[in-house]
Design a protein around this ligand. Structure first.
Ligand SMILES: Nc1ncnc2c1ncn2[C@@H]1O[C@H](COP(=O)(O)OP(=O)(O)OP(=O)(O)O)[C@@H](O)[C@H]1O
Ligand SMILES: O=C([O-])CC(=O)C(=O)O
Ligand SMILES: [Ca+2]
Ligand SMILES: [Mn+2]
Length: 659
């Protein structure tokens, strides 16, 4: 540091003062001209504008790889670690990385002065014939949202600040995940451990091909002037926290992960050390379609042994979030911890509810409840000690978002929030949430503390209620039914929802989707492994299962209507309060579901779907059709044992539709 404490060199005198009339004598004005700005140039003045942040806690006594190191040494090691992350495996050594924005020439110069030496990592002597060793890659390390905004607005087309302060971005050609382009490296270990084959999300690739794609991604990233690096955490359970590093080329990706992963404190960052898992996101760059196993220009590759993931050919940020979720689905069950594609919240009395469901069924909407503490909206772990959120943020669908119906989500869309693929007014920058011009899958990613009643840290006791959400576009499932354990398992393994095919060319038939464990795209082991763990935990902790239809009523899509969100919320309220547990129930045909006859705030006639259909014959045939689809889907599971005792397996097989 320079001796004047500003970090500026002291050599030159401040700018000469412009002398005006001396008014000191008349007592009219106090003298505020005495202290001139300590700057000689406009660059120096701008430098003064930015206060340097120093570590807030002393380093002594800390554990971890970077403990008790002088500042310079710690930074050097950190850059070395990033350089190693970006190493080409054939050349064996990482690129020369330097911290800071290549565009901020003055701040770079200042940084050198402030630290008395260059703190880039000198790569071990490589022959100069290697061009990549002649170039520096600038690293933008854990930038703040404000800095990322500036990067995005300056360099990324389609980035705009909206009227509420959120950053609107475009994810490019892909506006959703590409599960068919996901590959998992099959080696001796994973061949035995993972679920492969029909129905599995794990499409194999070999180690060599992974390395080809890794090299492609790393070379692309190293060819850039700058890359973003996020070092963050997953899982609020301190015993099972995972350190992740995300190397990406876009400020959008860095801000998205800043919001979605758990943000380390300055102290935690100082002691970060080596990551447990690294993502290389080279999404703007395609994979080579002549590479073995590639079927498109997009490839999302997971290598569990190397603890790495490579993204090529898609900029959709959800790939990173859900890629890491897959990793958790592998790591956690090894520790007897169940990973869940569910939302989670807690009442003031400490009653916890889980909300399972496929995309668009209401996990985020219903777990974000003004009367309850939000633990998380999408990814959780259930251990022997209770539940913990895996993430540090929420990822809400915002198509047709309204302030009245979803006030907490609406208010979370402010400075720091990433808004993907929304349409806004060119001048005022007000977002038009109803506009589907770019995609229907418009999204907002915000830190969980943007929800006023977020439960921090995001952990809670064992769940009391397990709510399975299905958006039934056939309109035959009851708005709510109480499930016994076998039924809960049956519906958990089935993982049903129904989407509506497409709205452009008039009304289309709903299509049933079955996705085991309500997240087949993310699980790594056979679904029965997770199901057995869920059954055991629910039994042990006395949790009640529920099936809630957040979809259609009074007919299928096209003739009926989607159940009003206000009614679904009343149903959920009655589950939380315990009042629904003691209601009067009747049993339905075909699915054998227990349905309540009355719920406060909900018209009783809608509780029995049959009542709401004008055409009873159509109702019956649609019900049977859906029952058939369930049966058909479950056939794949009939040869598997669930849990230790065969009794449960038999009960689960019998808990499906009967006709
Ligand atoms: N009765 C209802 N219950 C729940 N959601 C409803 C209902 N009616 C309409 N919706 C709308 O359905 C959507 C539910 O989406 P939500 O973001 O909660 O899905 P999700 O389960 O979190 O999916 P993902 O895993 O993709 O994030 C919201 O846009 C919500 O406004
Ligand atoms: O991962 C995504 O893109 C969004 C999401 O939450 C899901 O699909 O379950
Ligand atoms: Ca969600
Ligand atoms: Mn999800």
């Amino acid at each position: 540091m320079a001796a004047n404490g500003t970090g500026l060199p002291m050599a030159r005198k401040p700018l000469a003062k412009i002398v005006t009339d001396d008014k000191q004598g008349n007592g009219m004005c106090h003298d505020d001209s005495a202290k001139g700005v300590k700057a000689h140039t406009i660059d120096e003045l701008h430098f003064l504008q930015k206060k340097r942040s120093a570590p807030t806690t002393p380093l002594e006594g800390n554990q971890g790889a970077f403990a008790s190191l002088p500042d310079d040494e710690r930074r050097r090691q950190q850059l070395q670690s990033i350089s190693a992350s970006l190493a080409s495996l054939t050349r064996g050594t990482g690129p020369k990385v330097v911290r800071g924005d290549p565009a901020a020439k003055s701040s770079q110069a200042v940084e050198h002065v402030a630290h008395h030496h260059h703190h880039h990592v000198e790569a071990p002597a490589i022959s100069v014939s290697d061009d990549s060793s002649l170039k520096f890659t600038h690293v933008l390390y854990n930038l703040s949202p404000a800095e990322l905004y500036e990067q995005a607005v300056k360099y990324e087309k389609g980035s705009f600040i909206t009227s509420s302060g959120a950053l609107a971005t475009l994810s490019g050609a892909k506006t959703g995940r590409s599960p068919r382009d996901k590959r998992v490296v099959m080696d001796d270990t994973t061949q035995n451990e993972l679920w492969w084959g029909r129905g599995s999300p794990n499409i194999e690739m070999d180690e060599h091909t992974f390395l080809v794609n890794r090299e492609r991604a790393v070379d692309y990233l190293n060819s850039l002037d700058k890359v973003f690096v996020n070092d963050q955490f997953l899982n609020w359970d301190p015993q099972n926290r995972i350190k992740v590093r995300i190397v990406s080329a876009r400020a959008y990706h860095s801000l998205f992960m800043h919001n979605m992963c758990i943000r380390p404190t300055d102290e935690e960052l100082e002691n970060f050390g080596t990551p447990d898992f690294t993502i290389y996101n080279a999404g703007q760059f395609p994979c080579n379609r002549y590479t073995h196993y590639m079927t498109s220009s997009t490839s999302i590759d997971l290598n569990l042994a190397r603890k790495e993931m490579v993204i090529l050919g898609t900029q959709y940020a959800g790939e990173m979030k859900k890629g890491l979720f897959s990793v958790m689905h592998y790591l956690m069950p090894k520790r007897q911890i169940l990973s869940l594609h569910s939302g989670c919240n807690m009442g003031i009395d400490g009653d916890v509810a889980l909300f399972f469901g496929l995309s668009g069924t209401g996990k985020t909407t219903l777990s974000t409840d003004h009367n309850r503490y939000l633990i998380g909206d999408d990814e959780h772990c259930w251990s022997d000690y209770g539940v913990s959120n895996i993430e540090g943020g929420c990822y809400a669908k915002c198509i047709d978002l309204s302030r009245e119906k979803e006030p907490d989500i609406w208010n979370a869309i402010k400075f720091g929030t990433v808004l993907e693929n929304v349409v806004f007014d060119e001048h005022i920058r007000e977002v038009e949430y109803g506009d589907k011009s770019v995609t229907e899958n418009t999204r907002a990613a915000y830190p969980i503390e943007y929800i006023p009643n977020a439960k921090l840290p995001c952990i809670g006791p064992h769940p009391k209620n397990v709510i399975l959400l299905a958006c039934d576009a056939f309109g035959v499932l009851p708005p709510v039914s109480k499930l016994n354990l076998a039924q809960t398992m049956y519906h958990f393994i089935s993982g049903y929802t129904a989407l509506v095919a497409g709205t452009e060319d008039g009304i289309k038939e709903p299509t049933a989707t079955f996705s085991a464990c309500f997240g087949a795209a993310f699980i790594m082991l056979h679904p029965t492994k997770y199901a057995a763990m869920l059954a055991e935990k629910m039994q042990k902790h006395g949790a009640t299962g529920w099936l809630v239809n957040t979809g259609w009523s009074g007919g299928s899509y096209g003739s009926g209507n989607r159940i009003k969100l206000a009614y679904t919320r009343k149903i959920i309220d009655a589950i939380h309060s315990g009042s629904l547990l003691n209601a009067t129930y009747e049993k339905t045909d075909v699915f054998g579901l227990e349905i309540p006859t009355e719920i406060e705030g909900v018209p009783s006639e809608i509780l029995r779907p049959e009542n709401t259909w004008g055409d009873k014959k159509a109702y019956k045939s649609t019900l049977l059709k859906l029952g058939g689809l369930f049966k058909n889907n479950f056939e794949t599971f009939t040869n598997y044992k669930i849990g230790k005792d065969t009794k449960l397996t038999q009960e689960i097989l019998a808990a499906g539709p009967n006709f």
